[in-house]
Design a protein. Structure first.
Length: 155
């Protein structure tokens, strides 16, 4: 009798999952690759992702001058690939998140000047220039799961 309960539960679980994923596919209207070509013409940097069981893209807006719309710009970066980062202006301070997969915490060196943050590892040297003056002595950093989180106060 207990096997019947487990079999029924398994059938119900599969039905719920099937209906859930059918609903998700109907809710999301994923852009076609032609739409991504249009994004590139509009100044977006687009990286297509396609493989078994997955299809998508990552896009980042860059103006003609190379300065992202937020006023934050990259001065230099030397690496085997693009170092992805996000900068959030939180009013009194900036929060910066930098993807550093495969890097050990002890390999990361972070320093700051009045308008920029320098991140160095054995494989990269990345400057992030900020549009407002910051207090280099207020720099706080944390590293977890391959993501470096930096918080720095504005002057």
């Amino acid at each position: 009798m207990s096997e019947d309960i487990f079999d029924e539960f398994e059938r119900l679980r599969r039905k719920i999952l099937r209906e859930f994923f059918e609903d998700i596919e109907m809710e999301f209207d994923f852009p076609s690759f032609e739409d991504l070509d249009e994004l590139e013409r509009q100044g977006w940097q687009v990286k297509r992702i396609s493989g078994p069981g997955m299809r998508g893209f990552v896009a980042r807006k860059v103006s003609v001058s190379g300065v992202p719309p937020s006023g934050i710009r990259e001065i230099t970066g030397v690496s085997n690939g693009e170092v992805m980062y996000d900068v959030f202006d939180e009013g009194a301070y900036y929060q910066i998140y930098v993807d550093l997969p495969g890097t050990k915490e002890e390999e990361i060196k972070v320093s700051a000047s009045n308008h920029s943050i320098l991140i160095e590892t054995p494989k990269i040297r990345k400057y992030i220039h900020l549009d407002r003056e910051i207090d280099p002595s207020s720099l706080e950093k944390r590293f977890k799961n391959g993501v470096l989180h930096i918080k720095v106060l504005k002057k």
